[in-house]
Design a protein around this ligand. Sequence first.
Ligand code: AMP
Ligand code: MG
Length: 432
Amino acid sequence: MPDNAAGIPVKIIAVGDELLEGRTADTNSQRIQRAIGGHGVQVALIQVVPDRPSDIVRALDRTEDGDLVFVSGGLGSTPDDLTREVVADWAQAPLAEDPAVRAQLEQRWKKRGLKTSSGADRQSQVPRGMKPVTNPVGSAPALVGRLRGRMLVLLPGVPQELEGLLKPVVLMLHDMGALPQPSPTLLWRTAQAAELNLVKTCADIRARYSNLDWSWWLTDWGVDIRLASRSTTAGPGDLAAAEKELDLVLGRLVYSRRMESLPQVVQRLMLDRRRTLSVAESCTAGLIGGRLTDQPGSSGFFRGGILAYADEIKKEQLGIPAAMLREKGAVSRETAEAMATGCRGKIGTDYAVAVSGISGPDGGTQAKPVGTTWVAVATPVAVFSRQYRFPADRQRNRLLTVAAAIDSVRRVLEGGDDKSPWAADDSWCLPS
Ligand code: AMP
Ligand code: MG
């Protein structure tokens, strides 16, 4: 693989009227960026254009010889899908039916007991010089090839289809020498640490290894940190040395070193240990259970939950004493712990996690301002709880609660049933 591929400018063209009318957010460009991000190339330009030939042509004209160009959208079979024809015309690469694509499309329709749609006529057309890549999710194949000096990749707009195609497309680009070998990168996925705290935690190491490429970004679960030795000034040992130091300072904050989600990690740990989990949710009202069951196979550990949004349900379904609710309040250590133990007993699981909080914008008091949230985890031998003070609006406070609850279960599984999953310096946590 030629090393000079590293210098290739990547340009993305997202085609679709809906993207310019605020109806649909352009998430495809993001997906493309993620898919090629680890490959030592950088996106230089993203253009969002309507389904109009002149606009698509103008966007194509803005790319240059040697660029790697991704075009998303407009490969469907409706009249507004014009990308294939416009690109063929722009590159003077005549369209011709690809019999293998045609056969695949017909087979796909037959399997579903349908007659071939008329869309197959257009979707099996391939511009001369391009190769089709089979769509594992939908019908339109991706098209890849060098035209007018650019390496062009045409992808369907439906995000799931585009996502499914990116892996085989990246492999093909490697084979064609259009992408450099991925530079060595390391990933830390952290939860329950505010970004600023994390930056502080890593500041010393970052200063000593400033020859490495550092990046940080927020996720649904916390903050990811990526280290790469792309920079020409980095020695081969630097990455490994920085890794050791980061592992030490990040410790319990890291839930994974690879691209898996927090619920995936909890699922893996639960299944390995043959343990079960239930949830008692007040302020999140089902969001935690929803995320825990995103993955297939979740029924192997997740049994269910109780959405105890109203105090009556906390009393009736979880056995919270009326006096406790009256004297301590629904958002209190006592209630959160009683919710967790009540849920664990009622549903009959090894573990239960409970949350009760004030997401806002109303309901806060001086003593319990908006963002005050208790998380409790009941294990086979103990119950632990901690008070958080999340700093954001309703939406984000609820997401932070979901991540904190699921991550606290992860920490118990990793640390032991008899140990509190929290430490004194956890972000957003009040001293216990
Ligand atoms: P198309 O392939 O252009 O027919 O797109 C099919 C559907 O995919 C559109 O109706 C949008 O809902 C969605 N879509 C197209 N382009 C994008 C994009 N850049 N980001 C997110 N969704 C998109
Ligand atoms: Mg479209």
